[in-house]
Ligand binder design. Sequence first.
Ligand code: F6R
Length: 608
Amino acid sequence: MCGIIGYVGPKPVVPLLIEGLKRMEYRGYDSAGVAVYDGTVLHTRRAAGKIAKLEAVLAANPVHGAIGIGHTRWATHGPPTERNAHPHRSADGTISVVHNGIIENVNTLRAALQELGYVFNSDTDTEVLAHLIQELFDGSLEEAVLSALTKVEGTYGLAVLSSRDAGKIVAARKGSPLLIGVGHGENFLASDPSAVLAHTRQVVYLDDGDVAVIEHDAYRVIDAHAATISRKVDRIHWDLAEIERGGYDHFMLKEIFEQPVSVENTMRGRLILDDGTAKLGGINLSHDELLRIDNVIITACGTSWHSALIGEMMIEELCRIPVEVEYASEFRYKNPIVSDRTLCIVISQSGETADTLAAMREAKRRGARTLGLVNVVGSTIAREDDGGVYLHAGPEIGVASTKAFTSQVVALALLTLKLARKHNLSVVRGRELAQAMHDLPAQIQTVLETATVIEAIAEEFKHATNFLYLGRGYSFPTALEGALKLKEISYIHAEGYPAAEMKHGPIALIDDQMPVVFIAPHDAVFDKVVSNIQECRARHGRTIVITTRDEPALKGLIDYEIRIPETVDMLSPVLAAVPLQLLAYYIAVKRGANVDQPRNLAKSVTVE
Ligand code: F6R
């Protein structure tokens, strides 16, 4: 979603702002802009569309300075046009604002400012901030911002620049991430660490309610009453190479191929083969507390919600504890039943998804223990949960989630193993599961070696307009995930269903044009799925079957076969997801789609 970058220092600011914005392109956006102070006045340059358009605007009409702010906008209030792009300027042109989030009382504020004579030049909620800060300005930018924020309802990560109190950027955070990149004789502001990593590894993550004043040789974090508060300096541990394409055509393909390593990293130091259990240092739950859990709620969105469904099956099967999976956006508004014996597992790649964060806060407020399964280190969910399991999958840049999904399933398996061994799971069965987990990275590698087979299938189906994905048991959430991958990057309509449920409606869609992907590993429900494949074939559906071994029962039923290795039932989604990701990827590429930045999508959805 929207990205913010800011810089104060000795260097020419425009190239730094553009580079920072490009590092955040993966988050999804539809317009971009910068504001630069040249020592006398504030200049604004903006463009609808990609950053290349903004660069063209800057080339035609250059600006120079050593302090500035930049923004990539994902439209909420008003279409993605130049006039709605950030930064927005105050009426007198002395204040520039970039903003992520949503101002909820925008109409009241706009009406009040219009009464005072302010004229609005955009459809955005952000513009009210620029005028409001001008109205309240009395010599100190931070005081004007603090005062403006007392009147604002909603969420924000914002950066403000003024020519009347120059040399500083004032930033504020409530519900939308921001960090300070601490340099030597220069400082940065960003909504995403990837925007500053080329310049510094030292970052200060702002908390909700923080306001920061950033100058070239100093920064301060203050509270709503302007009192200084101390925030620790964190270190970014990953490398720039991890957020570069490294020879692959797309980030998505790189991330699919990274999965043997990312899954290995999720398990590193955590799997105890001899005892058939897992060690998870960060969960902050004692032996007794683990045994006290009466019920589990797992909450998440999108792909993370699919891994939650797999987690539900694992925990119920092995721990015999009731589990409910909730869309975070629904959970937060439904008066859920939660007690102090409820464990609320919160799954999020980014750790910033607004609904997931709100659901976690709601569960906490109602007395649940919260446990975050998060990939991005230092993200808000990771900082606010009661305990956590980092995925350690490495930065995921492609908008379509791939390696985070397989790492989520593996993290859930680690957690299940630990919990189940505290309950009734035997050491023998525990060892079996632990060994199966240990074998996953090499098995994923085997699946990746079938990429050319999958590419050939993609060629066959690249013009399809609909797809069905069917699976049962652990393969049902995998079917949902396969369908989501295809629709989000290729724009082909795709639906995932429990295979037997097909008979209750979707079967009407099946004809000789309809590709139907069956996820059919040799698991507890294999024979049942074979019957469903037969039903599909009887209607001349075109079957693409992901399965694990030669099987007489499948003879004559398969048009295209993708072979994956065998594993225990609960881990089969990890192996089956990989060919589904590749199928979606190759189809999208063959259709000429922008795989890493699909239309309308954002990597981290920080608005409700
Ligand atoms: C799909 C996808 C989204 C995310 C969802 C949740 O490929 O990426 O559906 O899974 O927006 O995001 P996180 O996991 O960051 O909370």
